[in-house]
Design a protein around this ligand. Structure first.
Ligand SMILES: Cc1ncc(COP(=O)(O)O)c(C=O)c1O
Length: 437
């Protein structure tokens, strides 16, 4: 088949065979091959991938060391149900992860996805604390399975028609400085959040019944919202005061995305439980619930389990991924490239009032689109139009935010200055063509 025919065939087949529940996702670019920072599409064009498969291929597509490690494991053994058998790459991954995770995060439950990692974290916190309450945050996203969807509130659309959810979940406001009703300062945003938590404690559930706070260190689907510096530390003190566990969901922010291995390290805060996935294995399905041995060893035999979790090929890819991040010094490269990209986005913001805010950390960056002069009214149309125009010019980026008003950039950590400059040029061409209001 010629490339144009492949394209047409793929485009026709998708709506016939894939659940329309996925339809909001964008752009469904028919792709034949991926390598490094590029996607090679069925239209014969090469695209800069500034999505990394939604924060997964952090070391670039098909890194040769990941391909080699996975191939070797494929030939030796594809599946091993942990519990029946045990395999080497799983243990190697545990050791490699312990080296890069925050201190004392040294025991693991492996699943296949971010949602499963969150499910495990919630179950562990309830099981060990013997308390029912989970306090999550407005605008948070933790996955689509029932437990994970129950603690997700980024869009009411994700919850519509699924009631009743898992009970015992309470939502506190996330400190979203740009849209804080008390004022757009980090201090006001933190105050707003802490007041919200106190109201939950006073009116809905006493802290003695709360098992855990569940929080994203930087909100991902919510719009790459970076909280005030002392937000996580404030949660940590509340947890210490009331014997509550702090679950940090690093599914999107982990594995070097922010220029630290994990975003919570930017804030110097120690979690009790972590959920990790996405970038862990460069595209092979894998996720993990992580805690200290002291905590996790209280999760007694049979209390939680899996068939596929900790798959040998995924684990081998995970070990190789961590080696690449270390050997190619990708954390400092991410900080350097992130600073360049951020500077470029800020300079676009100074020219185009459609951009209400530029924010993020490392290579987890975003622009929030607004209607200029209209009290920061969210502008999802501008975001979508800009994404479409960028795609036409060879740049794939992605949306985020409750209203779809945020354009987010998730380039691989191996991105170079020339790619960033090219992306900035494409964005500027699009912005210049967007109607100003
Ligand atoms: C912070 C966060 N947690 C959990 C998830 C769910 O991960 P998965 O889609 O692998 O289930 C996501 C996915 O985007 C996420 O961003």
């Amino acid at each position: 088949m010629k490339p144009e025919q492949v394209l047409l065939h793929m485009a026709r087949r998708v709506p016939r065979v894939l659940a329309p529940s996925l339809a909001e996702d964008w752009p469904k670019l028919p792709v034949l091959k991926a390598e490094g920072v590029y996607l090679y599409a069925a239209d014969g064009k090469r695209y800069l991938d500034f999505t990394s498969g939604i924060g997964v291929t952090n070391i670039g597509h098909c890194h040769p060391r990941v391909v080699a490690a996975a191939t070797q494991q494929l030939q030796a053994m594809i599946h091993s149900a942990v519990g029946v058998t045990i395999h080497q790459s799983l243990l190697e991954l545990c050791e490699a992860l312990t080296e890069v995770l925050p201190p004392k995060m040294d025991m693991f439950f492996f699943g296949n996805s971010g949602a499963e990692a969150v499910e495990g974290a919630i179950k562990l916190a309830r099981y060990v604390s013997r308390r029912p309450g989970i306090i999550a945050f407005e605008g948070g996203f933790h996955g689509r399975s029932y437990g994970a969807a129950s603690v997700t509130s980024v869009k009411s659309k994700y919850r519509d028609h699924y009631e009743p959810f898992v009970p015992g979940v309470y939502f506190a406001p996330y400190p979203y400085t740009f849209r804080c009703p008390l004022g757009s300062t980090p201090e006001a945003a933190l105050e707003w959040t802490l007041q919200g938590i106190q109201r939950i404690f006073q009116h809905q559930i006493p802290p003695s019944q709360v098992a855990a706070f569940l929080v994203e260190p930087i909100q991902g689907e919510g719009g790459y919202i970076v909280p005030p510096e002392d937000f996580l530390a404030s949660l940590r003190s509340l947890c210490d005061e009331h014997g509550i566990y702090l679950i940090i969901d690093e599914v999107q922010s982990g594995f070097g995305r922010t220029g630290q291995m994990f975003a919570s390290q930017l804030f110097g805060v120690q979690p009790d439980i972590m959920a990790i996935a996405k970038g862990i294995a460069s595209g092979f399905p894998l996720g993990a619930t992580v805690a200290s041995r002291k905590l996790m060893s209280q999760w007694t035999a049979g209390a939680h389990g899996t068939t596929f979790g900790g798959n040998p090929v995924s684990c081998a890819a995970g070990v190789a991924t961590l080696q690449v991040i270390r050997d190619e010094d990708l954390l400092s490269h991410c900080r350097e490239m992130g600073a360049r990209f951020m500077q470029g986005l800020r300079s676009l913001q100074s020219k185009y009032p459609l951009i209400g805010e530029v924010r993020g950390a490392g290579l987890m960056l975003a622009m929030e689109m607004v209607f200029p002069g209209e009290e920061k009214k969210p502008n999802p149309k501008a975001a979508m139009k800009l994404l479409e125009m960028s795609l036409e010019r060879g740049l794939v980026a992605y949306m985020a935010g409750t209203y779809g008003q945020v354009v987010r950039f998730i380039p691989p950590l191996i991105v170079e200055a020339e790619h960033i400059d090219q992306a900035l040029g494409i964005l500027e061409e699009g912005l210049a063509r967007l109607p100003a209001g």
